[in-house]
Design a protein around this ligand. Structure first.
Ligand SMILES: [Zn+2]
Length: 449
């Protein structure tokens, strides 16, 4: 076990070193002063990027910034508590042979193996949800209320949790039946095909989610207001996105967070924006947000992230194969697990994957953050609203720390920080002075109370 941790840590350290070098190089590029541009704009009115960034950051009152920092930094600890609670719960299931008993019950109910796997999964996910419920309710309900980030009272919140559990029970059940089928058929080589199957399964979920899963939590309606709809559809046409409608969804049910997305393809393609974005933002702010989302679509981020996360998953499954074998060799009999093909091994597998993905946090965050930055650049170039962009970045600062240290941002941020994003916007504005918007710069975003 100690050796396992050491190898895992070594591997992640290697990744870290590699990525810190990469980020240092790009950070160096970021921090460099804007080169003296010799076009007609730059010579007449020099634009101080750093001063412009500071002016935007100063729009957020110190009390608001302190609240946002406390919320986001608390999230770092939750990452640790979530990981530890998963490991402890999995250990309980093994140590007290609950996992073995759940398998025995599933075997008594049916002789059909895939159905045994599914029945085990339903018991497993129910027990785990109950055991981790105190942490879930603190994290998702009380803490969100404490920071003013949740609009739901307990009833509707609990309903959403329950629906999510049902979705996980169905999707997880399908995946698990598939994976244990592969383990039983392929033996030691299961992990290569297991990882491949998992990646294809994830792709399928991403494809169907906008149409079949998201509507379980929010109501989607066609946006009627042509003052918003027409410019968005015009941008979509200009960027080669074949959409004919824009959808609005009632995210204010859950929170005041602004958000939008472009999802699916062919028959399921849709541009959606949430009602908070519509109610809280100006047209330039909506346009720059949609430009960002269209960037994800045009730059093909869904498929690229499947390939990149796919590599992480393949390595993870190789680690998992080794982790399970090691665990079973030592404690398998004690836990009443017959071997790799026995579904009762699941808690050990979940424990292994938790260790792996906890250690891989900087890697997965960097994959995501890099693509988010690309989408930001795409949004700036397509919407041409650097001041609108800076305002949206400030609004996102309600729940994401605005100004972290570089190492903190590298390890813990799955999106660029507010400062990084506003810096990018102001650097873009410096080269396109004609796009400057004094109205956006002057617009107050936070009530000062
Ligand atoms: Zn994004």
């Amino acid at each position: 076990m100690v050796r396992a941790m050491k190898y895992g840590v070594q591997f992640v350290l290697l990744c870290l070193v590699f990525m810190v070098i990469a980020s240092a190089q790009s950070a160096g590029g970021n921090a460099a002063p804007t080169p003296a541009v010799t076009d007609q704009h730059a010579t007449s009115a020099p634009f101080d990027v750093n001063a412009a960034v500071d002016a935007y950051l100063a729009k957020m009152p110190p009390s608001e910034r302190a609240r946002s920092n406390a919320y986001f930094e608390g999230g770092y600890w939750l990452l640790l508590w979530d990981f530890l609670s998963t490991v402890v719960v999995m250990w309980l299931l093994l140590k007290f042979r609950w996992s073995m008993r759940m398998r025995d019950l599933a075997e008594r109910l049916t002789r059909f193996r895939p159905l045994q796997t599914a029945l085990y999964w339903v018991q497993f996910i129910t027990v785990v949800s109950v055991l981790t419920f105190p942490l879930t309710v603190y994290e998702g309900y009380f803490r969100e209320h404490k920071y003013g980030l949740l609009n739901q009272i307990f009833g509707p919140w609990f309903r959403d949790q329950f629906v999510m559990l049902a979705v996980n029970a169905v999707l997880g059940g399908v995946l698990l039946v598939l994976l244990f089928g592969l383990v039983r058929r392929l033996g030691n080589n299961w992990w290569v095909w297991g990882a491949t199957a998992t990646i294809f399964f994830l792709a399928l979920v991403i494809l169907i989610a906008p149409v079949y899963i998201f509507p379980l939590f929010n109501k989607y309606t066609k946006l009627q207001d042509s003052r918003i709809k027409d410019p968005i559809l015009s941008m979509a046409r200009a960027n080669g996105i074949p959409a004919t409608d824009v959808y609005e969804f009632d995210a204010s049910r859950q929170s005041d967070r602004v958000s939008a997305n472009v999802s699916g393809f062919a028959g399921t393609l849709r541009i959606s924006l949430n009602d908070n974005l519509l109610n809280r933002c100006t047209l330039p702010e909506i346009e720059t947000t949609m430009g960002h989302e269209m960037g994800h679509y045009v730059l093909n981020h869904a498929n690229k992230s499947l390939v990149m996360f796919g590599v992480v998953v393949v390595i993870g499954f190789a680690f998992l194969n080794w982790f399970i074998k090691m665990g079973l060799a030592r404690w398998g009999e004690l836990w009443g697990i017959r071997g790799m093909t026995d579904v009762a091994v699941l808690p050990l597998a979940v424990m292994g994957l938790s260790v792996y993905f906890f250690l891989m946090t900087p890697v997965t965050n960097t994959i995501s953050r890099t693509m988010e930055f690309e989408a930001d650049m795409y949004g700036l170039n397509s919407a041409r609203q650097p001041d609108g962009e800076a305002n949206v970045d400030l609004l996102l600062g309600e729940y994401r720390k605005m100004d972290p240290g570089p190492v903190e941002e590298f390890i813990l941020f799955d999106h660029p920080s507010g400062r990084t994003r506003i810096t990018a916007a102001m650097r873009w504005k410096a080269e396109h002075p004609d796009t400057a918007s004094p109205e956006e710069l002057a617009r107050p975003l936070f009530d000062t109370h």
